[in-house]
Design a protein around this ligand. Sequence first.
Ligand code: ADP
Ligand code: MG
Length: 241
Amino acid sequence: MIELLNVNKSYNGKTKVVDNLELTIKDGEIFGFIGPNGAGKTTTIKMITGILNPDSGSIKINGINMADKPLQCKKEFAFVPDSPDMFLRLKGLEYLNFMGDIYQVPKEARREKIKTLSERFEMDIALSDQLQSYSHGMRQKIIIMGALLHDPSVWILDEPMTGLDPKASFLLKEMMREHAQNGKTVFFSTHVLEVAEKLCDRVAIINKGRLLFCGTIKDMRVHFKAKESLEEMFLEMVDNE
Ligand SMILES: Nc1ncnc2c1ncn2[C@@H]1O[C@H](COP(=O)(O)OP(=O)(O)O)[C@@H](O)[C@H]1O
Ligand SMILES: [Mg+2]
């Protein structure tokens, strides 16, 4: 579970890029965070993951307050950032073991998990190569694998489908579904509306840092009776801003 209460953020004291945001993401749901470029999605995710501090408001993950207990809070979730270009000098297996060490995954469970994940993502052969030799999609895959190694209760992803080929994207969606079906939380941002429409139990629409809607796609249809697709509803909301 993720809880945001009256969260505000501006860079350099200028205009608010996140404006009084309130959100609760429940256990067992896939929650889509949707908005155009510059809406404040990444900034919000950076606050949820403790990379940035909010100017005001509070963030809790599984009831633990990020500001009070950052380390404890960070153990509750896994994060897949929007850019996978990191730890490039490490080999795939070294990166996974590094993640396993950080999250204290026992050796036997770790070996098992690395085996199943690398087979599923067809990354087993690439594990002995450095991340800098990987394609964008492969870098994304290894980061997703590293994130799932400790079986996180909350899984946070920033624009995860970008750069994945159709097969990997399908697999990722399947894994997100499995994660939620196991009673865990999945929170991801996207500007690809079709993905959100198919995958999410609930969505939040954000523009210029403000929450425009939060609920199921079905709820949204009730608000926008004439509109067929999420795309039409989304455009009407954002254009009316
Ligand atoms: N480090 C930063 N310094 C100043 N402004 C920033 C910084 N990061 C993002 N912004 C601005 O904050 C707004 C929200 O950006 P961001 O959270 O990245 O949006 P999104 O992920 O929805 O595209 C944008 O107007 C962006 O230009
Ligand atoms: Mg972003």
